[in-house]
Design a protein around this ligand. Structure first.
Ligand SMILES: [Fe+2]
Length: 199
């Protein structure tokens, strides 16, 4: 099964504080992850008996393909979540999601403070995720597309902190970009992710 790149709401091209140019360039990277995912899956399917017999943890075809597959898949999944909940009106969530945020973080302001600080501390991503074991929301940190997803936790919000997400607009200044991210979050989409957890 081949993946195809998704198209997102037109509103992602008209955001406050995250330019159309940034979004266009960023989407090219997302599309690249889709292409590479398909390419790696094809290469895995074409492995020969000789390739299988040469499996090795230092270097082997199967190792390189399987490691980079996780990077490509992360690049697809993370960006689909990120662009899927951008282009909104910002503000605060409501309903069950706000209740859960208040329960797990004390208040929306504290939640936001934690996302921002986690984002300043991350080299790649922040995910607000539902931990099915602890039955709570937590802001997890990732240094790359494939580090460190947490087993038993499902993201409902993804914040890209790679420099490509903001360098055109803010240079090396990440904090105003994270602020702009919050200005453009479509909380109704995040709320939908949250409610889908219960199904
Ligand atoms: Fe990105």
């Amino acid at each position: 099964m081949k993946l195809t790149a998704k198209s997102f709401n037109e509103s992602i091209y008209k955001m406050q504080g995250i330019s159309k140019k940034t979004v266009e360039e960023h989407l090219k990277l997302y599309q690249g992850y889709v292409t590479k995912y398909n390419e790696i899956m094809e290469a895995l399917a074409a492995l020969t008996d000789e390739d299988y017999s040469k499996a090795n943890q230092t270097y082997s075809k199967i190792r390189e393909l399987k490691v980079e597959l996780t990077f490509a898949w992360g690049g697809v999944y993370n960006h689909e979540m990120y662009f899927g909940h951008l282009g909104g009106k910002g503000g605060e969530p409501t309903g069950d999601l706000l209740t859960q945020i208040n329960k797990d973080f004390g208040s929306f302001e504290t939640y936001k403070k934690d996302v921002k600080a986690t984002g300043m501390a991350a080299r790649g991503w922040v995910w607000t995720a539902w931990n099915f074991f602890e039955k709570r929301l937590f802001n997890y940190l990732g240094d790359a597309q494939n580090t460190y997803p947490v087993f038993g936790a499902k993201p409902i919000l993804a914040l890209d902190t790679y420099e490509h997400a903001y360098f055109i607009d803010y240079g090396a200044a990440r904090a105003p970009y994270i602020e702009a991210f919050f200005t453009n979050v479509a909380w109704e989409v995040v709320t939908k992710h949250f409610s889908e957890l219960k199904k």
